[in-house]
Ligand binder design. Structure first.
Ligand SMILES: Cc1ncc(COP(=O)(O)O)c(C=O)c1O
Length: 380
């Protein structure tokens, strides 16, 4: 039986050579030549004001929440359908997370629901670019200016995507990107904070450098560095940065190969979509995507479950995605019940993700689509 893994981490081939260079230079701890090189590559790729590598996207979200100045008594609006740390990064500042519905057609935060949840205590929004698809940032920025809110763009899955021809991660005050091994481009674990306003740069560098002005010291701006504010140890080691540089060099090839696979899925799945058996999660208007994910929405949770089991039984590692945060044990501790966000609960349960990585080929996609056709004909 053919087997297809859900994910196989991408390797460019140059990672170990670059890691060997770290040994040659003998600088391991971070913020060295590879960190600077990766940051510059990302600043150029994103056309961003400043990028700081972090040990994870979670770290970048935590930095952004600190820099936004959220704290006790503040409310921040977050989609319930997201990764845990989109919410926990906010809660670590003492602020309260208020969960919003997603639009079941895009799985992106529902801006109509969001507007109904704005109160005098609301200070911010976490906009999650699910599947590397861009939220409507014209709307988000309008809401932010109307209510004086700070938006953090959680573009964990978004490297290589853009919205209205501007890279994801650059649409609001802060963006956060992941380089976890499940992402298109990775460093095992890793991430970066994208700082989109010049005024935030020096404070962000201090928070990043354990709360000290060490970055200013290295630029020759102060003659010794000292503790300036609360920060943490947010950057990765040079070993991870070297690995990341080797990956970033091949971002264009990576994206076009992924796009070819995504398009092939789309072509072959069209018939099932026309019959109403399933729907492909497609990018919304103005969004050019990075082929990070092929997600399918089934007419019901039961059908999604059965289709996934059928694929799994035949060697294909199709998987679910997030359990909505409001219905998690932690969400319940926060006072939510399953019924509070019914659209999100229903949509999340009806979604499955198919394998998509550069160690698979078109034959794997043909096999997966054939299994889906078999499953749908049996069921209908
Ligand atoms: C939307 C979202 N935000 C944040 C994260 C956290 O990323 P990391 O694992 O790099 O901390 C993820 C991880 O996949 C994610 O999907």
């Amino acid at each position: 039986m053919r087997t297809v893994k859900f994910n196989v981490p991408f390797l460019s081939g140059n990672e170990s050579d670059y890691i060997n260079e770290v040994f040659v230079h003998g600088e391991f701890s971070g913020n060295g030549r590879f960190t600077k090189q990766a940051q510059q590559m990302l600043e150029k790729h994103l056309s961003a004001e400043r990028v700081l590598l972090t040990h994870s996207c979670t770290g970048a979200l935590e930095m952004a929440a600190m820099l936004a100045g959220f704290g006790p008594g503040d409310e921040v609006l977050v989609p319930s359908f997201t990764f845990v740390t989109s919410a926990s990064s906010i809660m670590r500042t003492g602020a309260t997370v208020v969960f919003c519905e997603v639009d079941p057609n895009t799985m992106l935060i529902d801006l109509e629901d969001l507007k109904t949840k704005i109160t005098p205590k609301t200070r911010g929004i976490v906009a999650v670019d699910y599947a590397g698809y861009g939220v409507d940032y014209d709307q988000i920025n309008l809401i932010c200016s109307q209510y004086n809110l700070t938006c953090i763009e959680d573009a964990a899955q978004g490297l290589g995507s853009d919205w209205k021809e501007r890279a994801l991660g650059t649409h609001t005050r802060f963006g956060a990107i992941s380089f976890h091994q499940t992402k298109n481009i990775h460093s095992g674990l890793g991430g970066c904070l994208v700082i989109n306003n010049q005024e935030d740069v020096s404070k962000a560098e201090m928070v990043w450098e354990r709360g000290t002005d060490r970055s200013a010291f290295f630029k020759g701006l102060v003659d010794k560095y000292s503790w300036q504010q609360v920060g943490s140890s947010f950057y990765p080691s040079e070993l991870q940065a070297a690995f990341l540089c080797a990956q970033l060099e091949q971002i264009d090839q990576n994206l076009s190969a992924r796009k070819e696979l995504w398009n092939y899925y789309e072509e072959l799945l069209m018939d099932l979509e026309k019959k109403g058996s399933l729907k492909m999660l497609r990018p919304p208007k103005n969004s050019r995507h990075n082929a990070h994910m092929m997600a399918l929405l089934f007419p019901s949770a039961q059908e999604a479950d059965d289709a996934r089991s059928y694929l799994n039984e035949h060697g294909v590692q199709a998987v679910i995605h997030y359990v909505p945060l409001h219905s998690s044990p932690m969400g319940k501790k926060l006072g939510y019940t399953e019924k509070d966000l019914p659209i999100t609960s229903q949509a999340a349960a009806s979604l499955i993700r198919l394998p998509l990585h550069l160690s698979m080929d078109k034959g794997d996609i043909e096999y997966i689509v054939k299994l889906l056709q078999e499953y749908c004909h049996v069921e209908r």
